[in-house]
Design a protein around this ligand. Structure first.
Ligand SMILES: Cc1ncc(COP(=O)(O)O)c(C=O)c1O
Length: 365
């Protein structure tokens, strides 16, 4: 039995994609091989990576002066690659400056890692209210090498409604949990990056979309595999790329294109989120801790109204157990914040949201 999987990542994939991957598992495109068995440099794999990149460019409207890289190391490796490549300095020279906005645990991790390479200025933070809002973004210092934001905050369930205007300072955004969920104007950004394991495909691939003029600035001591210029020059094939992940991303993008692309999925995502937030607003048992204007469409944390901590813990653990028994799984909040969270990525059908609401209404009663 397939369940409704509300996991924040790795997350549910569209069923037609899994069925197609299963059908092609031992013989892909008449090659007599699985994608897992192909040389990444073979004539069989080349069209797969080319198709995946072309579809991503088409669906996201990526301008020609941007490179698309398929890397490894997760979104977390970008926390190091970004400062290193955009603002790393030679030994004995002063650090360059970079701006960060702290809107959650991942945003903080990015800034904390950045400190090793650059002089980090945390321009604003919403830590004072447990990251339940997006703070106003102060203008960058023109000397900042880049300005880093986390567009959708997976753990706390907030999102930037509009990206800040950073003028000539390149805006860099972690879009791991929002990629392809809503339209995004790529040309507003210097770098966009995302771990694949939410809206794109399996864990193990990281997509980096980088404006060409930002490539080639890494200091001489940068490890080869952490250099954007090496990956860009080699078409993500300096070493063996995550071939199977790239293939699945290609299938997911085909599925999305057939559905009508980003505009169509954005409409559906809005409908799903509206339905769930409207339920939470009317619920006597649960509430959303996130301030209304900043609520994510993808990750929706919710908390029991019970105020006694022991009874609340008890209720929440019963909730998760009974939900799982009904095929509604992975609803626990992040271990650092507790409570519950429903992740409604692109592959979650509206029926999954309706089933969750029906269960919650029943549980409340
Ligand atoms: C917004 C965001 N950034 C970064 C990460 C870390 O990603 P990875 O595990 O691919 O390093 C996550 C993981 O959930 C995330 O949600």
């Amino acid at each position: 039995m397939r369940v409704y999987n509300f996991s924040p990542g790795p997350s549910a994939l569209p069923l037609p994609v899994l069925e197609r991957a299963a059908a092609e598992m031992i013989d892909t495109n008449g090659t007599g091989q699985s994608v897992m068995e192909m040389s990444h440099r073979s004539k069989d794999f080349k069209p797969i990576i080319e198709k995946t990149e072309a579809l991503l460019r088409e669906l996201m409207g990526i301008p020609p002066n941007y490179k698309v890289l398929f890397l490894q190391g997760g979104a977390s490796l970008q926390f190091s690659m970004i400062p290193l490549n955009l603002a790393g300095t030679e030994p004995g020279t002063p650090k360059k400056k970079a701006a960060y906005v702290e809107t959650g645990i991942w945003a903080k991790k990015a800034a904390d890692e950045g400190i090793k390479y650059v002089d980090v200025a945390v321009k604003a933070s919403s830590k004072d209210k447990a990251y339940t809002y997006i703070p106003a973004a102060p203008a960058p210092d023109p000397a900042d090498a880049y300005y880093h934001i986390t567009l959708n905050n997976t753990i706390v369930g907030t999102k930037w409604t509009t990206a800040p205007d950073t003028g000539s300072v390149p805006l860099v955004a972690d879009i791991s949990s929002g990629i392809l969920s809503e339209p995004l104007k790529v040309s507003q950004f210097g770098i966009l990056y995302a771990g694949a394991q939410k809206n794109l495909g399996p864990a193990g691939t990281t997509v980096v979309i980088i404006r060409e003029d930002l490539i080639g600035k890494a200091p001489s001591w940068t490890p080869l595999l952490l250099r954007y210029d090496i990956h860009a020059e080699e078409g993500s094939m300096y070493n063996t790329p995550p071939c199977y992940g790239i293939y699945i991303i290609g299938l997911v993008l085909e599925w999305l294109k057939e559905l009508g692309g980003v505009a169509a999925i954005a409409k559906l995502n809005q409908e799903k989120a509206d339905l769930f937030y409207a339920y939470l607003e009317s619920s006597r048992g649960f509430y959303s801790p996130v301030e209304k204007p900043f609520r994510s469409l993808m990750n929706i944390p919710f908390i029991s109204n019970e105020t006694d901590p022991d009874r609340r813990a008890d209720l929440e653990s019963r909730f998760l157990k009974e939900a799982a028994a009904k095929g509604l799984v992975n609803l626990a909040g992040h271990r650092l914040v507790g409570g519950m969270r429903a992740s409604l990525y692109n592959a979650m059908p509206i029926d999954g949201v309706k089933a969750l609401i029906a269960f919650m209404e029943h549980f409340e009663r």
